[in-house]
Design a protein around this ligand. Structure first.
Ligand SMILES: O=C(O)CCC(=O)C(=O)O
Ligand SMILES: [Fe+2]
Length: 227
């Protein structure tokens, strides 16, 4: 299958490169807190959060959600994870992975594949499809909370990361979710005249469920489904 096509959302994203994030090697030894790191990460996260809000607004429009903030509130809180996968001589072994199959237990993930080395794969029709890294492109992953909000109209994507025998790889995943003190559950407009297929729970209860579960396929969705 062909790779999903990239789309340009306009605007320019201050895409971090590894040098900016880590500081130059000589700076690293001289300066334990490279001055470029904080600003670079702050600019990047703010811009990515803006893009997440726009994407969620477009989804709200597409789904006929009257109050777009019902959907854009999934960009209210943000966390960033930087993944580093060292070269692995056992990369050819099927069971050796960088990150096990999972769907992101958040609203929306915007992922930057920093290295040219491929590693991200998405589950499709029982197989694994590689997502070729494109310089400066963000991969948009629908997370579990969007599956809940849309009552299953948008399904969260199961994915994994494989390792490479000779090359290291880096990716930056930026996760967007709702705030504590709010609820997660299917939106009225998404349910329509059907039955809700997922439970409604507080963000706090949901986070408890996530942190007490293994990283294992779409297990969070199984726990959220109404039988
Ligand atoms: O490294 C990747 O491409 C995937 C990272 C990922 O799925 C995650 O951090 O949740
Ligand atoms: Fe992920």
């Amino acid at each position: 299958m062909a790779d999903p096509k990239p789309r340009n959302l306009g605007g320019s994203l201050p895409v971090p490169n590894v040098q900016d994030l880590a500081g130059r090697p000589d700076e690293l030894t001289l300066t334990p807190n490279p001055s470029t790191f904080k600003n670079c990460l702050e600019n990047y996260s703010a811009e990515v959060q803006r893009v997440a809000g726009e994407l969620l607004g477009a989804m709200a429009e597409n789904l006929g959600v009257r109050d777009h903030s019902d959907m854009t509130r999934l960009a209210a809180s943000q966390s960033v994870r930087m993944n580093y996968y060292p070269p692995c001589p056992e990369a050819h072994v099927d069971s050796v992975l960088g990150l096990s199959p999972h769907s992101d237990a958040v609203g929306l993930t915007l992922l930057l594949q920093v290295s040219k080395v491929p590693g991200l794969q998405i589950r499709r029709k029982g197989g694994w499809v590689p997502v070729t890294p494109l310089p400066g492109a963000l991969v948009v992953n629908v997370g579990d909370v969007i599956e809940v909000f849309t009552n299953g109209k948008y399904r969260s994507v199961e994915h994994r990361a494989v390792v490479n025998a000779r090359h290291e790889r880096m990716s930056i995943a930026t996760f967007h979710s709702g705030k504590f003190g709010t609820m997660y559950g299917p939106l009225e407009e998404a349910v329509g005249d059907k039955e809700p297929r997922y439970r409604s729970i507080s963000v706090e209860e949901y986070v408890k469920l996530v942190v007490s579960s293994k990283l294992d396929g779409k297990n969070i969705m199984d726990a959220m489904k109404i039988d």
